[in-house]
Write a protein that binds this ligand. Structure first.
Ligand code: SF4
Length: 469
């Protein structure tokens, strides 16, 4: 019998009457090997079982005995659930790493730096590929983990080493080439830190990545490998940068010059790429410069990299314009709300609400919340803490005539749903802010309903209706 090469992955559940159960595999066993290969993680399991009609499985029973069975699964799953994979931790020291700029006292998980190609493939997290040696790159290719998301930051090795704070990881192009040769498609990003990777370094980065662009035929890559997109994001600095390298803030002048130059370039790249945007500018360039967001065709048809802050505002505006003219928008009539958001989005939200009021008689006010926890240079809604939102709600909950709003709407991006160990907690109890306060606590201090915004006005209405049931 083969000797297993690693500790295995615990099986935490078995589907009743599944192939696995019928073959004598039980909850609590450890999955060691499939078809003679050690199983590395969930993705590797899915890949290995999909390879053959007959799958050979080796598990270790809790008493140490090994069980080896052959299952006729036809490439389908076996009916087992595996314990969660361990996340790989980042060993870099990027000059702008947000984790290094976090205030003290937040929950431990927020200080965890993940750097894991599995999260890159599954959830679009960006990775510097620093944890990925040749074996891992080959694994990405073999399992077809495409597309993945890579933080390039600079293709110039010396510049990249300075940005990621690690001299061993300056060269990114050889890893990118390895993946592209293996047919992998890649979304890339560069966080622009003035003096580190802008100017000629950035121009060379754009050229190097464009030379490796995926073949664009009909709005998406064709599976032959290549760069699918490159986003540029202005560096975000918090008020907690003690003992960190000096990085220049990107102010409105810098942002305006950037937009002026690269918006045009982005349109040229799109023209050369069959009309589909390839070079993407994050919304923050426009919000910092105080500029209007470009039109819909500046963003890709599937809103590529929207999770990375590219096109969020334009998508909100597009949706709102259509929604405001719809019959459902009338449900905003008579509502008296305070909408809280980050200071970068507040002007755009205000414009939309003014438009809404032209069609629907409602009393809605918008307030920009200063971020005292991270520093006022942090203007995005997703990093607002409960204390700051509460303080702004207390301050702005009255209308000019002295009456109080009926409810306060907070950005959905500022809360996370925490696991409900009791199984019957109210939604307001499980929604937690970064500073561990809950929506429930905010409600009781305000003595007003607190409602999540959703991604658009239609979702906001739905959440309002839901809260009154
Ligand atoms: S790659 Fe850089 S920014 Fe990302 S977690 Fe690591 S140090 Fe932080």
């Amino acid at each position: 019998m083969l000797v297993p090469r690693h500790g295995g992955i615990k099986i935490i559940a078995i589907v009743p009457d599944s192939l696995a159960e019928t073959a004598g595999i039980s909850r609590g066993d450890k999955l060691l090997e499939i078809n003679g290969e050690a199983v590395l993680d969930h993705l590797n399991y899915q890949f290995l079982v999909s390879q053959r009609d007959f799958t050979e499985v080796m598990v270790e029973k809790p008493n140490g005995n090994l069980l080896r069975v052959e299952l006729e699964n036809g490439g389908d799953a076996l009916g087992i659930s595996l314990a969660q994979d361990k996340i790989k931790v980042c060993r870099q020291n990027c000059v702008f790493c947000f984790v290094h700029q976090m205030p003290q006292g937040f929950r431990k998980s927020l200080y965890l730096k993940d750097e894991d190609i599995r999260l890159s493939f599954l959830y679009g997290h960006f990775t510097t590929l620093s944890n990925s040696d040749n074996d891992e790159l080959n694994r990405i290719i073999r399992e077809g983990l495409s597309p993945i998301h890579v933080s390039v930051h600079a293709t110039d090795p010396a510049a990249r080493a300075r940005v990621v704070g690690n001299t061993k990881h300056g060269d990114i192009l050889s890893k990118i080439d390895h993946l592209i040769d293996g047919g992998i498609e890649i979304h890339t990003q560069v966080v622009i830190a003035p003096g580190f990777n802008d100017g000629e370094i950035w121009e060379r980065t754009v050229t190097n990545l464009w030379e490796r662009r995926a073949c664009q035929t009909s709005g998406s890559g064709n599976g032959r490998g290549g760069i699918l997109s490159l986003s540029c994001i202005p560096v975000g600095l918090t008020g907690h940068r003690q003992n960190l390298p000096l990085v220049q803030e990107i102010d409105s002048d810098y942002a305006a010059k950037w937009v002026n130059r690269w918006k045009k370039e982005a349109r040229c790249f799109a023209k050369a790429w069959n009309g589909e945007p390839w070079l993407l500018l994050a919304d923050e360039w426009f919000t910092r410069a105080g500029l209007t967001l470009p039109g819909r065709n500046f963003y890709s048809s599937d809103w590529t990299q929207i999770e990375n802050g590219v096109g969020l505002i334009r998508r909100f505006q597009e949706h709102s314009r259509r929604f405001i003219k719809s019959v459902r928008a009338k449900d905003f009539a008579g509502l008296r709300l305070l909408l809280l958001t980050g200071s970068s989005f507040a002007p755009y939200l205000s414009q939309t609400i003014e438009l809404l009021k032209q069609y629907v008689d409602s009393k809605i006010k918008v307030a920009a919340v200063p971020n005292r926890a991270f520093g006022t240079s942090v203007t995005v809604a997703g990093l607002l803490c409960g204390h700051d939102l509460l303080e702004s709600a207390q301050k702005h909950k009255f209308f000019a005539d002295g009456s109080t709003v009926d409810a306060v709407v907070i950005p959905s991006a500022s809360v996370r749903a925490m696991p409900d160990s009791s199984g019957h907690a109210k939604p307001a109890d499980i929604y937690q802010f970064l500073d561990d306060t809950t929506v429930s606590e905010m409600q009781s201090k305000l003595k007003l309903p607190v409602i999540l915004s959703g991604d658009n006005l239609s979702q906001m209405l739905f959440n309002i209706a839901d809260s009154t049931q």
